[in-house]
Structure formats: structure tokens, C-alpha cells
Design a protein around this ligand. Structure first.
Ligand code: COA
Length: 340
């Protein structure tokens, strides 16, 4: 049922968070046993030591369901008016995965749809959820970021197989006031399709259809030009972070916690250095979970809240960069959550 538009409650406020990774852990040694790589190379070039990988039979919706369930519980199981799922690895090309996840969470009848913005998907989802709330379409939104990147990465490609992994994270947002804890500040987004080739799965869409079974070798897999991606990620995340901080009326010195997309530890260090955010104020879980795509930021928030490196009152800067190219940043003051 459409909600009544209320002028005073137009901001999106975080009321719950949850994360989930599949139990199977793959170490750098496991990868070194089947690829021409080493624990030392992976650790020093990416900061990753372990990652979680889905088991046979598991799909993105399973990850999304678990994270969504935990976020709903953390928010006290509120009445949800919309479900938004950011993912690059939907269960199938058609239809969207969100309605399935919503139904499994008992949310039949609410609008539910996917967002495709690769590793920036959670921030695109945040802007979308805030828009659903501001427009009066929903008063409470479940936003999930979930990816099973190991299902699209070429297991023989050492430059991507060591980085990308599987996981999910979610937040619950409700309509509220812009000045209350948990309120999401202006979400700054951007894209540059001229460089779409830097991060892509060339086949499986309308240009190289999977039906033809004649795509170029390797084109069914995720491909990435690492060096230029690295350069763009640092530039876009630092620039857009400054814009988001300025848009909310803060300075970079106000930031208590940086929650950046966990792409690569060296990218994270370069972004934090540019923004002059001290090491102690940077949230990180990349060494344990790798790059989990759209799940990265909400999973980081969930794990950081759980281990108390993120607590109520912290002023948080979120930023992400990914394929498209697409990028974004936003701010929020971490709220006191019922379960925390
Ligand atoms: N193990 C060992 N050697 C590897 C390797 C691996 N897993 N992956 C690549 N190499 C090799 C390359 O083949 C290359 O060898 P060569 O010099 O003989 O050609 C060498 O290491 C250097 O490759 P390069 O790509 O220049 O390394 P890099 O220092 O840029 O690190 C990435 C590679 C992929 C780790 C880095 O470019 C990166 O992190 N890019 C961004 C990734 C990312 O975050 N993407 C997601 C954005 S959302």
C-alpha cells in the first residue's frame, strides 16, 4: 500500500545492519597450489590473506537472504516497504533476484528490484533507497549488497581469482530527519562509460549472447585491467569523498571512520593518505574477506559494528568505485542500534 507523503520525514535513517559470508574459507596457500602465485605476492599486492567462497548449489540469493535476515533482526523486524538488492552476480540474467530474496524473507507484495553498479552498487542502492523514502514510495527499505564473484571470475586468471570473493551485507533504512543519528547525507554518484572495458564480463548480454555459445574465449568471465583500475579507483574515491563531505557540511577532519569499498589494501591506503585519514580511523576487513563487490561496504559496517570498531556517534564516510565505471560517496553518523 502506498505510504502517505510526509514532508518532515524525508531523510533515510539507518536502523539495522547485518552481514554474512559463506563458511568455506580459501587461503592464499590454497590458491598458490593451483595458480602461479604465492601468499607473499597476494598479501603484499592486495592485503588479502583469506576469503570466503560459496559451496556448490549456493547462489547470490542465499547470501542476500542471510544478510537481509540479520539486518531485519538488528532493526527489530520492522515493516518493510521495499527491497533493493545491489549485485553483479544475480542468480540468473532474468528476472531480478530481489523479488526472490524478498519472498524468502516473508516480504511478498512489496516492490523489489536489483541494481547493477558493480562494486559501487551499495552506494547506488543507498541513493535509490533514500529516493524511495523521500518520494513516499516506502517508509522503510531493506537494502542488500550481495555478490558471488567467484561464480564469474576465471579460476585460471591469477590477477582476479586472488582478489574477488563472495559475501553479503545489508542495512535497514527508515524515513526520518536529516539531523538525527543514522541519517544518510547527500549521496554523491558518478560514472564514466568510456572506460567500461576496464572491468567487464564481455559475453552473456545482448552484444555477445550466451545462447550463441560462440563468444570469444574467456569472454564469459570477469575481466579487469588492474593497473588503470587501480589508478581510477584512487582518483574517483578520493575526489567523490571530498564532495560528499562538503555536501553534508563536514570537513575531512570530522571523519571518525572511513568505510571504503575493500578493493585492495594498497588502494585503501592511497585513498586514506589523500584524504589525510589516519590509519586508526580506517575500517578494514579485506585481509579476511577480499573484494566482495556490492557486499563490501555493508559487510564491513556489519563486522565493524560487531567488533566495536564502529560505535554510535562515529561520523562515517562511505566511498566505493567499480565497473561502469561507477563510483560514489556518502556520510552518516553511526546510530545506536537495538542489537548493539
Ligand atoms: N600472482 C603473481 N603475480 C601476479 C599475479 C598473482 N596473483 N597477478 C598478476 N601478477 C603479475 C602480472 O602478471 C605482472 O607480471 P609481469 O610483470 O611479468 O607482466 C606483475 O604481477 C605485475 O602486474 P600488475 O598488474 O602491474 O600488478 P599490480 O601491482 O598492478 O597488481 C593488481 C595487480 C590486480 C593486484 C592491481 O592492479 C589491483 O589491485 N588493481 C585494482 C584491482 C581492484 O581493486 N579492482 C576492483 C575495483 S572495484
Amino acid at each position: 500500500m502506498p505510504v502517505r507523503y510526509q514532508e518532515k520525514d524525508r531523510a533515510a535513517v539507518v536502523t539495522g545492519v547485518g552481514g554474512w559470508v559463506p563458511p568455506h574459507v580459501v587461503t592464499n596457500e590454497d590458491l598458490s597450489a593451483r595458480l602461479d602465485t604465492s601468499d607473499e605476492w597476494i598479501r603484499t599486492r592486495t592485503g588479502i590473506r583469506t576469503r570466503h567462497v560459496i559451496s556448490p548449489g549456493m547462489a547470490t540469493s542465499d547470501l542476500a537472504f542471510e544478510a537481509g535476515r540479520r539486518a531485519l533482526a538488528s532493526a527489530g523486524d520492522p515493516e518493510i516497504g521495499a527491497v533493493v538488492l545491489a549485485t553483479t552476480t544475480p542468480d540468473r540474467p532474468c528476472p531480478a533476484t530481489a523479488p526472490d530474496v524478498a519472498a524468502r524473507l516473508g516480504l511478498v507484495g512489496v516492490p523489489a528490484f536489483d541494481i547493477s553498479a558493480v562494486c559501487a552498487g551499495f552506494l547506488y542502492g543507498l541513493a535509490t533507497a533514500a529516493g524511495l523514502i523521500a518520494s513516499g514510495t516506502a517508509r522503510q527499505v531493506l537494502l542488500i549488497g550481495a555478490d558471488a564473484f567467484t561464480t564469474i571470475v576465471d579460476p585460471k586468471d591469477r590477477s582476479t581469482a586472488v582478489i574477488f570473493a563472495d559475501g553479503a551485507g545489508a542495512v535497514v533504512l527508515r524515513a526520518g530527519q536529516a539531523d538525527e543519528p543514522g541519517a544518510v547525507g547527500p549521496v554523491v554518484l558518478g560514472s564514466d562509460g568510456r572506460s567500461a572495458h576496464l572491468i567487464q564480463v564481455p559475453a552473456g548480454g545482448s552484444r555477445q549472447r550466451s545462447r550463441s555459445r560462440s563468444c570469444d574465449p574467456g569472454d564469459e568471465f570477469f575481466q579487469m585491467e588492474g593497473r588503470e583500475t587501480f589508478r581510477q579507483a584512487v582518483e574517483r574515491m578520493s575526489t567523490t569523498s571530498r564532495q560528499a563531505v562538503e555536501a553534508v557540511g563536514w570537513t575531512l577532519g570530522d571523519i571518525d571512520r572511513l568505510a571504503a569499498h575493500q578493493a585492495n589494501a594498497r588502494i585503501l591506503k592511497a585513498v586514506a593518505d589523500r584524504l589525510a585519514i589516519p590509519a586508526g580511523n580506517q575500517l578494514s576487513n579485506i585481509s579476511r574477506v577480499g573484494n566482495t563487490g556490492a557486499a563490501s561496504i555493508p559487510l564491513l559496517l556489519a563486522q565493524s559494528a560487531e567488533n566495536s570498531s564502529l560505535t554510535a556517534g562515529h561520523r562515517v564516510l562511505l566511498t566505493a568505485f567499480g565497473g561502469g565505471l561507477s563510483w560514489g560517496a556518502a556520510t552518516l553518523t553511526w546510530p545506536r542500534l537495538p542489537a548493539s
